[in-house]
Write a protein that binds this ligand. Structure first.
Ligand SMILES: Cc1cc2nc3c(=O)[nH]c(=O)nc-3n(C[C@H](O)[C@H](O)[C@H](O)COP(=O)(O)OP(=O)(O)OC[C@H]3O[C@@H](n4cnc5c(N)ncnc54)[C@H](O)[C@@H]3O)c2cc1C
Length: 285
C-alpha cells in the first residue's frame, strides 16, 4: 500500500516543500510506494513580494503569477481545489469542487496568512495596503495622484509577512516623490509598534540615520488603535494621534479558518512544537 503525503497550500512554502519531497523521495514515488499531492485553490502560484513593486508602478500583478503546473515536479499530483475541512481523526481533506475527499497519511499545512484589517476600527475604510493584489493596485492609484500632503506608513500588525517590506516601502516612497520633484511638498512618516524602527536591532540601528537623512519622520512605540477615515487621523494605544492624507498600512495577519475549524490552532495558525513544526493537537500533521 502506498503512503500518501498531502501538502495543503501551493504558495512559496508548499510548492518548495512538495518539490523537495519529490526530489528526495523520487525512487519511492517511482516505485509507487509514496504519493505526494499538492492542493491549492488557485491554478497560479502567487509571488507576493511583487505587490511592493506594483504599488510603485514598477511591476504588474501578472509578473508575480505563474501556473503552478509549470513550477511543480511531474512526480507531484497537483489538485486545484479548495479544502473546506480537515478531518485529522479520519485523516481526510474535504474538497469544495472535487467529489469525495482526499485521504492522507501525512499532512503538511502551508496555508499562509490572510489580512485582518477588520480587527482595527476604521483600518479597512481609512487605509491602503500593498500586502494584497487589489490593495497594491489601489495604492498605486493613490500614489500617482498624490502631489502634496502627508503620507503615513504604519505597521499596524505584527508579526507580519516580510520584515523588510515596511522599510523598503518608506525608502521607495521617498524615492518616488523625489523623482517627481514633489518631496518638499510631501511629508513621510513611518510608524512602528516597538521602540525602534525594526524588530531586528541591527537593522533598526542601520536604518534610523538613513531615515533621518532622507527626512522620513519616525514614530516608534506606535500601536495603532483606531483610524478615523473622515477626519483622516490614526491614533495609537500610546495616545499619539497623526493626521494623514494617505495612509499605507500593514494590517494585522491571521491564518485561515479551516485550521481553527479542524481544531489545529487559533487565529488560523497551527499550534506546533517549535523545534519540529509538528502539530500539537493532531497526529501526522
Ligand atoms: C509585499 C510583500 C513583500 C514580501 N517580500 C518578501 C521578500 O522580499 N522576501 C521574503 O522571503 N518574503 C517576502 N514576503 C513574504 C512571502 O511572500 C511570504 O512569506 C510567503 O508568500 C509565505 O508563503 P506561504 O507558502 O507560507 O503562504 P502563501 O504564499 O500565502 O501561500 C498559501 C497558499 O495556500 C492557499 N490556500 C490557503 N487556504 C487554502 C485552502 N483551504 N485550500 C486550498 N488552498 C489554500 C492560498 O491560496 C495560497 O496559494 C513578502 C510578502 C509581501 C506581502
Amino acid at each position: 500500500m502506498s503512503h500518501s503525503i498531502a501538502v495543503l497550500g501551493g504558495g512559496t512554502g508548499g510548492t518548495v516543500l512538495a518539490n523537495d519531497l519529490a526530489e528526495r523521495l523520487a525512487p519511492e514515488i517511482d516505485a509507487g510506494d509514496v504519493e505526494v499531492t499538492l492542493i491549492n485553490d488557485d491554478p497560479d502560484h502567487v509571488y507576493k513580494p511583487v505587490w511592493l513593486y506594483v504599488a510603485f508602478g514598477q511591476r504588474e500583478p501578472a509578473d508575480g503569477r505563474r501556473p503552478l503546473s509549470d513550477l511543480v515536479d511531474d512526480r507531484v499530483d497537483l489538485v486545484i481545489d479548495r479544502v473546506t475541512e480537515i478531518d485529522t481523526d479520519d485523516k481526510a481533506l474535504a474538497l469544495r469542487d472535487g467529489t469525495g475527499s482526499l485521504a492522507y497519511d501525512h499532512l503538511v499545512v502551508a496555508t499562509g496568512s490572510t489580512l485582518a484589517a477588520d480587527e482595527v476600527p476604521g483600518l479597512s475604510e481609512g487605509s491602503h495596503d500593498y500586502y494584497s493584489e487589489s490593495g497594491a493596485l489601489d495604492l498605486r492609484d493613490e500614489l500617482l495622484s498624490m502631489t502634496e500632503g502627508h503620507l503615513v506608513l504604519s505597521v499596524v500588525g505584527t508579526p507580519h509577512m516580510c520584515p523588510a517590506a515596511p522599510l523598503e516601502f518608506a525608502f521607495m516612497a521617498d524615492d518616488w516623490f523625489r523623482e517627481r520633484g514633489l518631496r518638499d511638498d510631501v511629508d513621510v512618516t513611518y510608524t512602528y509598534p516597538i521602540n525602534r524602527v525594526h524588530g531586528n536591532p541591527h537593522i533598526g540601528e542601520w536604518a534610523e540615520p538613513i531615515m533621518a537623512e532622507r527626512d522620513i519622520d519616525t514614530e516608534t512605540f506606535f500601536n495603532a488603535e483606531s483610524i478615523d477615515p473622515d477626519a483622516k487621523t490614526i491614533t495609537s494605544m500610546e495616545g499619539t494621534e497623526l493626521d494623514y492624507d494617505l495612509l499605507a498600512a500593514i494590517p494585522p495577519h491571521r491564518g485561515v479558518d479551516v485550521v481553527d475549524e479542524a481544531g489545529l490552532g487559533d487565529r488560523g495558525w497551527v499550534d506546533v512544537d517549535k523545534h519540529t513544526l509538528e502539530a500539537e493537537r493532531a497526529d501526522d500533521v
